[in-house]
Structure formats: structure tokens, C-alpha cells
Design a binder for this molecule. Sequence first.
Ligand code: C2E
Ligand code: CA
Ligand code: CA
Length: 618
Amino acid sequence: MLSQALVPDPVSLGAHGAQPGGAAAASSAAGSDLAAAGDALASLRNARILMVDDDPVLIEVIQATLEEHGYANVVATTQPDESIELIGRHRPDVLLLDMVMPGIDGLTLLADLRSQALSQQMPVIVLTASSDPAIKLRALELGAADFLAKPVDPSELVLRLRNTLAAKAYRDRLAYYDPITGLPNRTMFMDRLDWACKQAARYALRGVLLHVDLDRFTQVNEALGPSAGDALLKQVGERLAQSIRASDAVARIGPTPWIPSLSRLGGDEFTILFPQVELADDAAVVAHRVLDALQGAPFATGEREVYVTASIGAAIFPDDGADADTTLKNAAAALREAKAEGQSLCKFYSKEFNARSLRRLTIETDLRRALERGELWLAYQPKVRAADAQVCGAEALLRWQHPEHGFVAPNEFIPLAEASGLIVPIGEWLVREACRQINAWREAGLTPVPVAINVSALQFRDAEFVPRLGAELARSGVPAHMLCVELTETVILDQSARTTEVLAQLRALGLKLSIDDFGAGYTSLSYLKNLPFCELKIDKSFIDDIETDGGSVAIVAALIALAQSLGLSVVAEGVEKQVQHALLRAKGCDQCQGYLFSKPLPAEEFTRYLLQSRVQAA
Ligand code: C2E
Ligand code: CA
Ligand code: CA
């Protein structure tokens, strides 16, 4: 019987999943590893305790006593034959073992446990009513750590348990931690990696291993001498721990974050293990942060300062290797490749991933400079009246001409701009640029058409968004009705008071509001009724098959009628064919936008298109 089911799940096992030295290292992830020694005694209560006794009443009493004293991880069984399996599953820090049980006696079980690798070193406290010194002697021979006489005295139990755990914590410290850096050593790391690989296989997760190796450390060590070399390694360990801690990328996953853990593999080699990542990209970001952190400032060794760089090899499990050995081997192979290419590089084992992550990283870095370098510009796509195809508006679409990669599609860089927060300054620039263009048209004596801009969720949530927009309108003198703000459903999805308030503020400024890509997402018709929109843009996916699919026609016709009855103007997006235009016109759609009329154009070409359209109308 299992009196308490402690089935491991990927979240609750978290950073202190089964690993050697569980008690001492219970909270030992990235940063806290360094403090693990000091915390060892304090964290004894995290110890996992397994009790094997055929007496369910005694189990209950002991469990209650232990819980009362703060020990929460207690698993117990009355079935001795379950104990090996339970040890494999829970990796207890200590075993409370009854000596006299029906079926099997405690001594045989103890001998059995000592023959298994996993339980060879496990501290065992023997529970025995017997005063037979021969049994005690035999138990001692089998490495029993302590005895507890039945009937069990609760306060004695707690004291003996504490002593045994403290001794184990001290032993673990020697066996599983590196004395120079205070980090987990190779033994501990391999066990963690093994555990992470098994968890990944069992729960269909994905993890990443980074193998960090300092560049030219041997020369540094020779130049400085070994004790300065050790001091340097210690500082490197600390800086690595810091840069991992700063990586919110990974910590945001789930309620119990799967914090990456840092170990010293030996020599000048370290490892950073991410037991679970959402995207391997997240680990790549951390890898580059680690490289930057090392390079960013010198290390002080005595009177001298030295700069240290590192190379990183990365492997994804289970993709690149299902078990610990293969994963480490692949990371080491990637590391060799990184070293061969130069200093301060990170290479992934998979070629395809390297290419993708490199592009993402360069794009992210370059985007920061794109604004200053004037690589961003706005294309304007005409919006035309459905009835006569006369231009009645424009949508401004962001364009980026990268010096090496050429044209980068907005669908590629806008998500990155959002993830890095760059979308906010880019959005500011965009409003300025659109206003500048509207004024340029006015100065050229041309009556401009309203310009629509796209605003992402992040920009919308920025407290400064509305005030800045208002300030720019005032500064440029552009009338507010000349700007239209397109928002997708994801922006307005949470119908919170804040959303409603920002929309009202935009309306109060005099801007038009448009719902973009309507029907593509989590459409709720209640938006239409409750929020102050002027325009609805029907998503291209409905227009695509409108001439072949009767269902799409019916939906589009109903949408047009509904939106118009609520006072909204309707725009069809992605109109590419004459028949689509004809159908939309017949159903009373107000405006169309799409390649049939024009692709998004540079401002000058748009001006020509606009003039032409006006000449034709006249
Ligand atoms: P969107 O707002 O739905 O913009 C319309 C997209 O459809 C544009 O792609 C446009 O070039 C394309 N398009 C227009 N007519 C047709 C057509 O007839 N056929 C086809 N196949 N496509 C057509 P683009 O410029 O690549 O922009 C993609 C998305 O990137 C935009 O979708 C928008 O969500 C986002 N985006 C573009 N500029 C900005 C911006 O300044 N800020 C923000 N936050 N997002 C932007
Ligand atoms: Ca749009
Ligand atoms: Ca759209």
C-alpha cells in the first residue's frame, strides 16, 4: 500500500527532481548552487524520506510526526517488494526500514538494496523491536546509518533523522560539488542530465544542454599561476550563474520555472542544462547572453585584469540525442566546431538550427540599428471604393531593407520586434513618418487620403501610446481623422476596462478605429456592438474562395449587412480577382484592398496611383 502517492510530474519535480544529494541540493539550480553549502542544513526538510514497514498504524504515526516537524516529502509503503521500485522513482535521501516483516526480513532487503547501484550508498535507519545484537551487528555490516528502537519515540526519531540527513548532506557536498566554484560537479551534472533526458522522453518535453568552454584558459592559467587560475574560475562560475539568472526567457515557463542549472564539468568547462524549454531559440538567446556577460567586463585576478571569452556547443534533447551520453557527446562536437570557427561563438549540434537561430539573432540585433540607419520605410497600399475603384485611403505597411539579407518580410521581423519590445520605438517612428508623408502630400497641393497604421498588442498596452500619438498629431498639425488605427482581434480580446478606456481615448482624439483581419481569430460579434470601431476589415481567407464557395459568400454577405447595420464601414482584404470584386460590390461592400488594384507601393508610386485614380474619376 502506498500511503501517500507522490507521483512525479514534470512541474512539481522541478529543479530538485531526483538527483543525488537531494537533501543538500534541494534548491540547487543555477544561482542557488553557490549557496547550497550554507543552505544544506536549513534545507534538510526538503529531504525525501521513504519508509518501509508492515505496520500501517506506525506508518501513520511516523508520517504525522515528520510532517509536524516540517518534513513534507514522505513516501511510505507496507509492501517490502515495492521498495526497489519506489527508490527508483523517488530517489529518497533516507530510508526508514523495518527489520521484521512478513514475507521478507529487513536484513535480506537491506542486502538486496546494497547490491543495487541506486541504493548502494543510501542512508538507512533501521527500525527494530529486537534486542538481538546479532541483527544489529549484521545491519551495521550492511551499512545501516542508525537504529531506532520500537516503539518509536518521536523526538528521538526526529533527532536521529536530522543527524543522518546532515551527515549525508556533508557527504554529498564532497561527492557532488566542486570545491573551487561551489557548483555541482560532473557526477551530479551527469545524473541531472540523465534525469532530464528521461523526463523529456516520458513527458514529450524538449531540453537544451550548453557546453561552455573558456577560450585559451591554459595560457591564462600558465601566465597567472594555478591559484589565480582557480580564483578566476570561481569568478567565471559566479558570472555565469548571474547571466543565467537574468534570463527571464526560460523562467517564464509554467508556475514552477524550470530554471537552468549550472555545473562545472572539470578544468575550464562548464555546462548549463535547461531541462525544459519552449523553444530552443530561448536557449540560444541565453547562450549569447552568457558569451556577452563573459566578454563584457574584465575579471580581477590579484593586481591584474584579464578578459575571458568562451565558446559554447549546444545540443537539443531528445532531438539530437535521447540519452545523457549522446547529448553530452553532441554538445561537445558542436563545441569543437564553435572553437574551430573562432572565439566567443555558440554552435548548435543541428546545422539547420544553427542557420535559423543565427538569422534570428542577427535580425534581432540588426533591427535595433535599422531605425537609426534609416533602413525602415513605409509602403502604402491603396484602399479603393468598391463601387468605382476610386482610391479612398491607404494602409501604411512597414518595410525593411536589410543591408545583407535584402528585403525582410514583416511577418518575420515584426514578431521579433514585439518580443524584444523594439516595436514601441519603431511604432513611434512610424507615426512620425506617416504624419510627415501626409503633410508632404498636403504641401504638394494634393488632397491626401486617410492613412491606416497597424498597431500591435504590445504597443497598444504601452501607457505612453495614446499620449505620444496625441503629441505627434499636435506637433505635425495633421488632422486626427487623417489617421486610422488598425487593431487585430488579439489586441481587443481581453475586453478589460483598460482596453475600453484606450479605445475611447483614441476616439476622443478623433482617430478612426478599424478591426483588422476580422474572422481570422477569436471573432466575437460582441466587439462590434460594444466597442467604438468605425471600420471592419474582412480577413483575406474569406475573400480567397468567395467565387467558388457558397458558404464564404453567405458569411461575407451576412458580415457586411451586420457591420453596416451597426454603422461600420466594411473593407474586403486581399482582393486579387475581378470576380471577387464584382461579388463584393454586389453584396454592398464599401471598400476593397488587394493586388487586383495595387500592391503596397513606395510613397512616390502611391502618389502617382492616387493622381491617376482621380483623373479617371473626373
Ligand atoms: P495586414 O495588416 O493584414 O496587412 C495586409 C497584408 O496583406 C500585407 O502584407 C499586404 O501586402 C498583404 N496583401 C494585401 N493585398 C494582398 C493580396 O491581394 N494578396 C495577398 N496575397 N496579400 C495581400 P505585409 O505587408 O507583408 O504585412 C503582413 C502583416 O505584417 C500585416 O498584415 C500586419 O499584420 C503586419 N504589419 C505590417 N506593417 C506593420 C506595422 O507597421 N506595424 C505592425 N504592428 N504590424 C505591421
Ligand atoms: Ca492591417
Ligand atoms: Ca489585415
